[in-house]
Every structure is written in C-alpha cells, then in structure tokens.
Design a protein. Structure first.
Length: 563
C-alpha cells in the first residue's frame, strides 16, 4: 500500500484526482464523488491497478430504511475515506448445505453416500443456538469496490475516452455472498500484464429476510418485495453516474455473475417487463442463472409471518424498531433451520412490478430489454448439490419437488415424474437411476433451462457456453472466472485446467471490450443460432456441441406451471 496522500479538497463539482503510482513513495489517488471523497485503498504493483474499496452507494438501510427501497447517501465531505473498513451484508447458510458439501466430496473421492439419513428441517423456532455474525457483517452494507488500472485512471474525464466496465454480482442462494473476489486474473487477461483494459466493479446487495421479504401483509404495510434487486439496480445506476470518474465508460458496461448473481441478471434484463426503458448496462454474462420460481402469495405470507414470530414482532413497523443483532439472528435462524434440502427460504418473487412474471415468461413474451447483448453459460452438473442422495424413488422425487417448489400443483408433479422425466433408465433421458433423474429435474428446472430462455428470447443471437471440467458441479466455474494465474489444483473446487480458465477469462473480457468473445488459440465462439450451438469447455478440448436445453422439457418449464 502506498503512503497516504496529503490532500486538500476543493468544494464543488465531482472530479477525479490522480497521482501516478509505481513505488512505495508515490501517494495514492483520490476520486471526488461529490457526496463523498475516496482515496484508493491500495495499489497492485504487478497488475498496476488501484483498488478503491468500500465505496458507499446508498444510505444505510437501517431504522426507517430497514426493509425499504435504497436511497441516495447523505453528503459527507468532512474527510477523505480510504475504504479500509470492510463490509458485507448479513449472511446465512441452510443446515443442509454442509451435508451436501460432504456428499459431493465423498462422491469425488469415491465414497458412497447412498445411506445418508433423510434430512428433516428442525424448524427455526426450536433453535436458538446460532453462530453470531462475522466481523464484516453489518446491515449498513450497501457498498461497492472499484478496481481500475493505472493507465485508465490517468485518463479519467479525458474527452472521448472511456474504458469498458465489468460489474460482478455475486451468488450465494440470495442468502450469502459478498463483493470480495480478486479480479487480478481478469484484469490481466483483459490486456497484457500491467496493461489491463477494463474497469472492474463489485457490489454488495441485501440478502435473505433483509433483502427478499415479501407477502401480502408485508406489502399492505408498505413493504416492497425484491429489495435485493432494487439494491442491484441502484448500484448499477451509480455506475452509470460515476464510473467516468474512474475512467470507465457508462455506455460500455457488462454485468456478470454466477448462480444467484446470474439469476439476478436475468431479473435485471426483464425488469418491469421492459416497460421502464433500457437496463443500466449494455451487455450481460449470466453464469448458471438460478432462483426458486416463486409465485405463491400464501408461501410468501407464511415466510413473513415466521420471521415476525422469530423476532417477536407483529408488523413491519416493529421490525424497524428492532436491534441489528435481533434482526440478523432471526435471519440466520430462519434460513439455517427452516428450509428443506435444496432450498434457501428467500428468492426473488413475482411481485407484479419489478418482476411482473417469471423471467422465462417475460422472455417468451418479448417483455425485456432487447438491446442487451448476452453471453450465457452453465455447468454440466448443476443439480447434485441441491439433490439429496436419498432421492432414489419416484415418491421421493415427488416429495423433493413439493418441498423445494412451494405450492406446486399435483398435476405438475405428476406430469414431471410421469411424462417429462419418466422412470426410464437406459440413458435415453439423460439419467440412469432415480438419483440422477432427480438431479436432472433440479438442474433443468432451476438453472440450465434459464440459459435457453435467454438465447431463444434474444432470437438465438447470444453466445452460450458449457463448463464441463469434471466434476463441473454448480459453482465450480467461479474459481476459473477469477483464476489468478497461480498453480492449478486437482481439488474439485480448484482450477484443474489452466487452458480452460484462461479461455473463460479471455471470453469474458473480450466480450466486455468488443461484444464478441474470443480467446487466443481457441476455437471461434459462434452464436447460439437456430441450431442451438454451445461451446463446451472441457479438459480434452474446447468444441462446439448442441445445447441439450433446446428441448420440450425446457419449453414446459418456461410456461411457469409449477407454482
């Protein structure tokens, strides 16, 4: 980290002030956002980029702003903020998650988990012994980070100049995750080492009960559903207003994110059914986009009432009077002990406003921002993490569907198990036993079909890839997205293939720069097209294959008949 800058700020219009870095004696640059002033938190000597950490983009969502729409931050120009205080939004983890991780680990090393006991949620009300929040967890968490290459910051506010921008939206089941990922590898692959060509932004957004509470009573009391999505939108609008101060171009913004991050991006593309103008970005790279397709008002109401009970509250007004400790504790309890295997309690919901219908339905109806350019990806084995090993019969598969999709009609359960995913195990259906059958249902219904909806909604003019490096479980591609160029690993969660990691990063960064994904020495990335072409990234090579999601199964899921 460089020495602190002795800085006297002139009041007035927002501006970027910059001092060239490169050695320990050079002061760190300062950016004046108008409402606050930020000094870079650090400088990466090898990558030659600055990190502006923990920039406030919205007012603290506490007190009367708890469970309310994000608002602009107050003006505070009394000092220069160095971003040294880290922030993440309150986190929670379902109890089944640890079991699932162990099952997948056992599978990877060849240990059977067939005899795993059936997991039964214990109920949040019966559990009081939960782990307290981590040191960075706080309700006042609406912050973002900006990583900007030295040469780009030097040209900030230059006439006619602006670098492409990558904005990361993290995943974590809409109940966990944070803005903290190291983008050094991505920045390096965007140009030559020390000559990066993109600006990187990573945002926090509210999670769990604090970001996704919904339901008729909550709404009747003035509560707004899908606050997490509004937070993301607010942060993206911040990028539109301020990224030029760091040398970025507001008209060359690419959002990317995995799992809940990818699902959030789909919701942003389809926001308001496309009725409120263009999205605050021009390109998108959703990776394994997913969410629970929740439309049931009664389910939302039940979740809200349980949260009120956990906090000894009776209304939204009561919730806003609670201490931070009480709210975080209740959120942790509910998410840890209420959901069945594969569920997280909270997810984006159809609210008639930001989410007028499920994104798949909106894409089918042409109700979205059609000007966004899309590169989308999914993994070979999205389903196993969310599928209990004891889902080994049609009856248990039906039970899994009923527990993970609130209020799914019995007719839909029957159609799924009898017609779309019949008990035929000769391999013709894409599975060879009941467990892989259940996993296929979860994979397609919650994740991979979403990628097909995007491609067909955009008239097949997307770029689509398949991450197939074994075991290719859900989320295992994130390590490849943020590969830092270090040693590869044989561990399932590490990077087992450097070629695939570099190719994926080059695809993402070249797409951000030009709108066309390219990687040196790699087969040309063709558009999805009418033949449903995807580029398969695997250990033995990178080749074009047919998208298995171009199927009658995905056509059925897209209709939204499950809730």
């Amino acid at each position: 980290m460089k020495g602190l800058l002795s800085f006297a700020v002139a009041l007035g219009a927002a501006s970027a002030q910059y001092s060239t870095g490169g050695n320990g004696s050079t002061p760190l640059p300062v950016v004046d956002l108008g409402y606050e002033i930020y000094r870079a938190t650090g400088y990466n000597d090898s990558g030659r980029f600055y990190n502006f950490s923990n920039i406030r983009y919205a007012a603290p969502p506490i007190g009367n702003l708890r469970l309310a729409l994000p608002e602009a931050p107050a003006t505070n120009r009394s000092s220069v903020n160095d971003g040294s205080v880290g922030r993440i939004c309150p986190q929670a983890t379902p109890a089944w998650s640890a079991l699932s991780t162990q099952v997948l680990t056992n599978s990877f090393i060849g240990i059977s988990s067939a005899n795993t006991p059936i997991y039964t949620p214990s109920g949040a009300n019966s559990i009081s012994n939960v782990t307290g929040p981590g040191p960075l967890e706080t309700e006042d968490c609406l912050f973002l980070d900006v990583f900007v290459p030295e040469k780009i910051l030097a040209r900030a506010n230059s006439s006619g100049y602006g670098a492409p921008v990558l904005v990361w939206i993290y995943g974590g089941g809409y109940v966990g995750g944070s803005k903290y990922n190291n983008p050094a590898g991505l920045l390096a692959e965007s140009g030559k080492i020390g000559d990066a060509e993109v600006v990187y932004v990573s945002i926090n957004y509210r999670l769990g009960a604090l970001g996704l509470t919904s339901g008729p009573s909550f709404n009747a009391e003035g509560g707004v559903s899908n606050l997490a999505l509004y937070d993301q939108r607010f942060a993206l609008e911040w990028v539109q207003k301020n990224i030029h101060l760091f040398g970025g171009d507001k008209d060359r913004v690419t959002v990317f994110g995995e799992s809940a991050g990818g699902g959030s991006i789909m919701h942003q593309i389809t926001a308001y059914g496309g009725s409120k103008g263009p999205a605050p970005f021009q390109q998108a790279v959703p990776q394994s986009p997913g969410w629970t397709p929740t439309q049931s008002s009664s389910y939302q109401e039940d979740i809200y009432q349980k949260f009120l009970t956990l906090t000894n509250s009776s209304s939204l007004a009561d919730l806003r009077e609670l201490s931070t400790e009480a709210v975080i504790r209740a959120n942790t309890q509910q998410i840890a002990y209420d959901p069945p295997w594969g569920s997280y309690v909270y997810s984006p919901v159809v609210d008639g406003l930001f989410v007028p219908l499920l994104p798949g339905q909106l894409l089918a109806q042409g109700r979205f921002d059609k000007n966004v350019r899309v590169m989308v990806g999914h993994n070979t084995n999205e389903g196993p993490y969310f599928t209990p090993p004891y889902a080994n019969s049609t009856e248990r598969i039906a039970s899994l569907l009923k527990s993970t999709i609130p209020n799914i009609p019995q007719s839909s359960v029957d159609y799924l198990t009898d017609t779309l995913y019949p008990a035929v195990f000769d391999g013709s259906q894409g599975y060879t036993n009941n467990y892989t059958r259940a996993s296929k249902i979860v994979s397609e219904g919650f994740f991979t079909c979403n990628t097909n909806y995007l491609s067909t909604g955009f008239q097949n003019k997307t770029f689509s890839y398949l991450f197939a490096v074994p075991p290719a479980y859900h989320g295992f591609d994130v390590a490849y997205t943020f590969f830092d160029g270090g040693a590869t690993s044989r561990l399932p969660t590490g990077v087992a293939n450097r070629t695939v990691a570099v190719a994926l990063q080059e695809f993402i960064t070249s797409f951000a720069k030009t709108g066309v994904p390219e990687a040196e020495g790699i087969k040309k990335f063709q558009m999805y097209g009418p033949d449903a072409k995807v580029l398969e990234l695997k250990v033995t090579g990178i080749e074009e294959v047919h998208d298995s999601n171009a199927s009658k199964r995905c056509n059925w899921w897209q209709k939204g008949l499950v809730s």
